[in-house]
Design a protein around this ligand. Sequence first.
Ligand SMILES: C[S@@+](CC[C@H](N)C(=O)[O-])C[C@H]1O[C@@H](n2cnc3c(N)ncnc32)[C@H](O)[C@@H]1O
Length: 234
Amino acid sequence: MHASVVTLFPELFEPFLSATVFGRAVQKGLLRIDVTNLRDFGEGRHRVVDDRPFGGGPGMVLLAEPVVRAVEAARAAHGPAVRTIFLSPQGRRFDQSVAAELAAAPDGFLLLCGRYEGIDERALEVLAPEEISLGDFVLSGGEAAALAVLDATARLVPGVLGDARSAPEDSFSNPDGVLDHPHYTRPAAWRELPVPEILLSGNHAAIAAWRRAIALERTRSRRPDLLPPASEEA
Ligand SMILES: C[S@@+](CC[C@H](N)C(=O)[O-])C[C@H]1O[C@@H](n2cnc3c(N)ncnc32)[C@H](O)[C@@H]1O
């Protein structure tokens, strides 16, 4: 998977990209993540990237010119066919199906992180990015959203997770598209709370049936919207 990020805060990405599953996948060549510093495209000696909003009001707005030049440079380095995505609370809602779509994008994707009040609208007109939102809340910047998108997509790339069986069983990704079943580990009895007997039985068919039943039950109570109408009636 090849992803690029344009951000005013590249240092926020470094620890994430070098640690744990991500770091190993980058080292193995399964992931390539290029981070472009918006500041490098700032104006003048002080590399200014923002200014006050026309029309008044609080905060600052990212200047169109540095944003467009930074994205154009990142696109040129990545490959011109890259899908360009602006992280924005006003975008299409990110979910597991969008993660799967991005993980499989043949030419990868580029994430543009906003800051302050946002980006001068004219830059968005010129770049014409897709817009993706993490949810109906407002973050201080697109970086936390970009990291969430990178994490959710990268773990779908074959070989990134230690055990390839893991991701297809997770919530939303399993064959029924429902929530995951609960998980237990040692010790078998902890604070007088025993592990469900069936999990110690060694009967794999019975365990699979129990897990599916409890996953459906939990989905019915927590997220009935994930169940098709017929299953809801069952
Ligand atoms: C403080 S927000 C600006 C919010 C903007 N004034 C609005 O109300 O739509 C600064 C930046 O954070 C990012 N951001 C904020 N909330 C987000 C969300 N829910 N999903 C993705 N990105 C978000 C965007 O890149 C945005 O440009």
